[in-house]
Design a binder for this molecule. Structure first.
Ligand SMILES: NC(=O)c1ccc[n+]([C@@H]2O[C@H](COP(=O)([O-])OP(=O)(O)OC[C@H]3O[C@@H](n4cnc5c(N)ncnc54)[C@H](O)[C@@H]3O)[C@@H](O)[C@H]2O)c1
Length: 338
């Protein structure tokens, strides 16, 4: 029988791509998403319509915070795995509307964990972010480093999710994997993220804001690489070690719980100005550049050590930004007919 996966956030960028991949591999998927209006809801509707073309996909619109409704949806589905991606995302918006992050990312994540406690799936996988590395400056970031300097409430709520996940894995024996994603980009991407804003600005001849005068580095991860990593990790639930000797070298496995944290990144840091060059080249048109200072809460660089993902799954994301940007631009032109 086909494996049953409950995914939160399937109307979102990453959830859409993950559901698509799992459906193509024969999984049965139930998607749950509140269709928040943080960005254009039409994009979320279009993603959902596409997924609904597959008969093994079903979708329920609902909020994570509505626990009774969430449970009435997930309980009868009896998932083999739960992948929790729905969240209030975005670093900068967390300065404007911090409450949305507490509600979705703390209360919402707690409700998912409570469901997992009772439903006892084979594996609970939840999204965290490279933002939890905060002010850490030893690069590339590895999962065993301390992450105690979140710079925004977004990062703090995601770190809270990791900590809550650890406690539930320990108390209730729920095999739990937390992913730390690094700046994900690609077709069907988020309108609040750099690639989308830069492409739109260049095509519409409006200035693009370049923070820290472009002296920023990001480990840009192509979305199809990312969801491939997630898919492989679904089959790799952590086991509670019996002794410290059971923890393999370089693994972030908890000494007391079936719980690990895994970076999913390209292991390559790209300068923002080089990323913009790649977009300009692909569009055949220069940007009107508005150089600005560093934004409050932003970090100058992220860079993933992705050895653990490779050791666990044999897989390593590797799409070059030029290839990934070209795929995004092709999608953008087709979708918006420009
Ligand atoms: N895209 C990135 O670069 C990136 C980087 C690091 C971490 N992440 C994490 O990956 C996950 C997916 O991100 P994304 O880029 O696909 O974002 P997204 O905003 O496109 O998708 C998130 C989805 O969650 C839904 N949602 C939000 N709050 C909800 C709530 N309270 N109840 C029900 N649904 C709700 C939204 O409607 C949206 O469709 C998030 O947890 C995010 O924090 C993303």
């Amino acid at each position: 029988m086909s494996k049953r996966v409950f995914i939160t956030g399937t109307a979102g960028f990453i959830g859409f791509h993950l559901a698509k991949l799992l459906l193509a591999e024969g999984f049965t998927v139930l998607g749950y998403d509140g269709m928040s209006d943080y960005y254009d809801v039409n994009l979320k509707k279009r993603r959902t319509q596409l997924l609904l073309q597959n008969e093994r996909f079903s979708f329920v619109e609902g909020q994570l915070e509505d626990n009774d409704f969430l449970r009435a949806t997930i309980d009868p589905f009896e998932p083999d795995a739960i992948v929790h991606l729905a969240a209030q995302a975005g670093v900068r918006y967390s300065l404007e509307n911090p409450r949305a992050y507490i509600e979705s990312n703390v209360i919402g994540t707690f409700n998912i964990m409570e469901a997992a406690r009772e439903l006892a799936p084979e594996h609970l996988l939840m999204a965290s972010t490279s933002s939890v590395y905060g002010a850490n400056d030893v690069m590339p970031f590895n999962e065993r480093e301390k992450t105690e300097t979140p710079m925004t409430i977004y990062a703090a709520t995601k770190k809270a999710g990791e900590n809550m996940g650890h406690s539930y894995a320990h108390l209730w024996d729920i095999p739990t994997t937390m992913f730390r994603f690094f700046t994900v980009y690609g077709p069907w991407g988020r309108p609040d993220m750099a690639l989308f804003k830069f492409t739109k600005g260049i095509l519409e001849d409006t200035p693009i804001d370049i923070y820290n005068n472009g002296d920023m580095y990001r480990d840009f991860t192509y979305v199809e690489d990312l969801v491939k990593g997630i898919r492989l990790l679904i089959d790799t639930p952590p086991k509670r070690p019996e002794t410290p000797a059971d923890i393999p070298e370089g693994d972030s496995l908890s000494p007391v719980a079936p719980f690990r944290v895994v970076n999913i990144g390209n292991s390559d840091k790209v300068r923002l100005l080089d990323y913009i060059d790649a977009i300009e080249t692909e569009l055949g048109k220069p940007a009107i550049r508005n150089y600005m200072g560093m934004q409050t809460g932003d970090v100058p660089a992220t860079w993933a050590n992705a050895d653990l993902l490779k050791n666990l799954t044999g897989y390593q994301p590797s799409t070059d930004i030029k290839v990934g940007v070209a795929k995004f631009v092709a999608w953008y032109r087709d979708y918006y007919q420009v």
